[in-house]
Write a protein that binds this ligand. Structure first.
Ligand code: NAG
Ligand code: NAG
Ligand code: NAG
Ligand code: NAG
Ligand code: NAG
Length: 457
């Protein structure tokens, strides 16, 4: 019974995958990465969403949106660039930036997968969300030799101080980095020893996959994504101290190596591997990086993603909204704020969710919007009590998990976001397939005739 079912299901899915892979018709795109090649290149690879999207739909209150989403429960589901894998695509449960996380995000149908790029002592580029998070995202403290190199060595908790450590990618070499295991991001502030320090994640995540997940370099990430069946795209982010005070304080770039060198090496890694710029959505919180790419690497720069988190207080929000036209005027085409900037609560007792001024202003300025980060917040019943960042602007209006899709629907159908990063890409892939969303199109950012500065031509 079981094997009969899976054979039938496989045939049905195979037919779907064949019909659903319109973008890529060349030879199999393997570039030597071992271990993940399917038996039948191109075809033997199924999008698999798991139970979560169905759980969310079931929890929605009755509405036309629920009816529509329910009507899609039998698929077909295909890879979509609307669904961007955040730090991989399954960060809700699998160690961020790891091979296993990227593989899960790919399985969830994310068309674009992220590698946050950090710098090592020997100018290597590696996938870490921060230059100085090795103490919470890897097992570095369990290796005494490498732990001794940490910018701030481990100190145990005592009656007056929490446990502490700061370990940066710039403290070690690429070869040393590759000996580490990726683990779920977290630490135990009460730890009196390094073993206990490894834990301390939110209860709604899991350590189920903390079994030495494989760390990646930017190059091995490119090879992995390029080797995946189906057509996948890249969204690397250049990390720096711009959005990260710990990195600003503790990361030490190699002598003579500048931020500009780093921004160029980042792009050149893709160029050397022969990756078409149209497949690469480079991101940075550091505006000079984006402007350097626009000027020196226009094919990458014109579809670069300008990350913005400059509006976290009411006064700064007003400033962030007001400066959007000037960002566009400098040649930027895509703005990427956290989705709390795009939404606000309204109506009796604040129970409605409506587009916020940032969304209106970004559209008026001619900027496309990519939002972050979906499903990073835990159960919606808890977001208000936990003072969650992403729901901070709509905290009164969210109560249950069915609202995940109500929030996403407002972002899509009232604001028109081009894509969204998610910690569990299956949820976004389901929605995107139901509404036929294909994500950002590189062709929309090609050089228009007669444009001057900013396009870099
Ligand atoms: C959604 O889940 C919550 C529990 O988080 C429950 O109270 C509510 O009744 C559910 N709604 C529906 C429509 O199933
Ligand atoms: C507690 O730890 C802090 C930081 O490591 C240290 O400065 C302090 O001396 C310690 N206090 C005691 C009582 O050991
Ligand atoms: C945190 O560390 C303390 C002290 O080392 C230990 O007693 C406790 O069990 C740890 N908690 C977790 C969740 O590991
Ligand atoms: C608000 O903006 C000012 C000026 O750019 C900055 O110094 C400050 O840190 C910002 N506040 C927050 C909370 O982001
Ligand atoms: C509605 O939310 C706003 C902030 O978004 C708050 O200032 C106001 O007090 C809230 N109103 C009610 C009735 O809770």
């Amino acid at each position: 019974m079981r094997s009969t079912f899976s054979v039938l299901a496989s045939v049905a899915l195979l037919a779907e995958v064949v019909s659903a892979a319109p973008k890529y018709s060349g030879p199999p795109k393997y570039s030597g990465h071992t271990g993940y090649e399917p038996q039948v290149p191109e075809l033997d690879y199924y999008i698999s969403l798991g139970p979560r999207p169905f759980y969310i739909v079931e929890n929605m209150t009755d509405s036309p949106l629920k009816t529509k989403l329910k009507s899609c429960e039998n698929g077909p589901f295909k890879i979509t660039d609307f669904s961007i894998g955040h730090r991989g695509g399954a960060t809700l449960q699998i160690p961020e930036e790891s091979v296993e996380n990227a593989m899960a995000g790919a399985r969830f149908g994310a068309g674009i997968l992220e590698c946050d790029t950090s710098l090592t002592a020997d100018k290597g580029l590696v996938c870490r969300h921060s230059l100085c998070d090795l103490h919470t995202t890897t097992n570095i403290l369990l290796n005494p030799t490498l732990a001794a190199k940490c910018a701030v060595p481990f100190t145990p908790a005592n009656a007056t101080s929490p446990a502490n450590a700061v370990c940066c990618t710039t403290d070690i070499t690429v070869a040393e980095y590759l000996t580490l295991c990726a683990k779920m991001d977290g630490f135990n502030a009460s730890a009196t020893n390094v073993e206990d320090y490894q834990h301390g994640i939110p209860t709604w995540r899991t350590e189920l996959y903390d079994t030495c997940a494989k760390v990646q370099t930017l190059e091995s990430y490119i090879d992995l994504i390029d080797s995946l069946p189906g057509y996948r795209n890249f969204t690397p982010e250049l990390k720096s101290g711009a959005d990260d005070p710990v990195t600003a304080q503790y990361a030490k770039y190699p002598p003579g190596y500048t931020q500009e060198d780093y921004a160029r090496q980042f792009v050149n890694t893709f160029i050397k591997k022969g990756i078409d710029p149209q497949r690469v959505w480079m991101q940075s919180f550091n505006p000079p990086d984006v402007f350097l790419w626009l000027k020196e690497f226009p094919a990458f720069g014109r579809q670069a993603v300008y990350l913005d988190e400059s509006g976290d207080t009411p006064e700064n929000y007003t400033t962030a909204v007001a400066r959007l036209p000037s960002i566009k005027a400098k040649g930027v085409n895509i703005i990427a704020p956290p989705f709390n900037y795009l939404l606000m609560q309204a109506g009796p007792d604040n129970q409605s969710i409506v587009p916020a001024p940032y969304a209106t202003a970004a559209k008026a300025a001619g900027l496309d919007i990519i939002a972050w980060t979906f499903e990073r917040s835990g159960p919606l019943a808890q977001v208000k009590a936990s003072d969650d960042y992403y729901y901070s602007s709509i905290a009164d209006a969210v109560h249950t998990d069915g609202q995940f899709y109500e929030v996403l629907d407002i972002l899509v159908h009232q604001i028109g976001i081009k894509a969204i990063f998610s910690d569990w890409s299956a949820t976004v892939t389901y929605y995107a397939n139901c509404f036929g969303l294909e994500g950002p199109k590189s062709a929309d950012y090609q050089k228009p005739p007669g444009k001057g500065y900013g396009w870099g031509w």
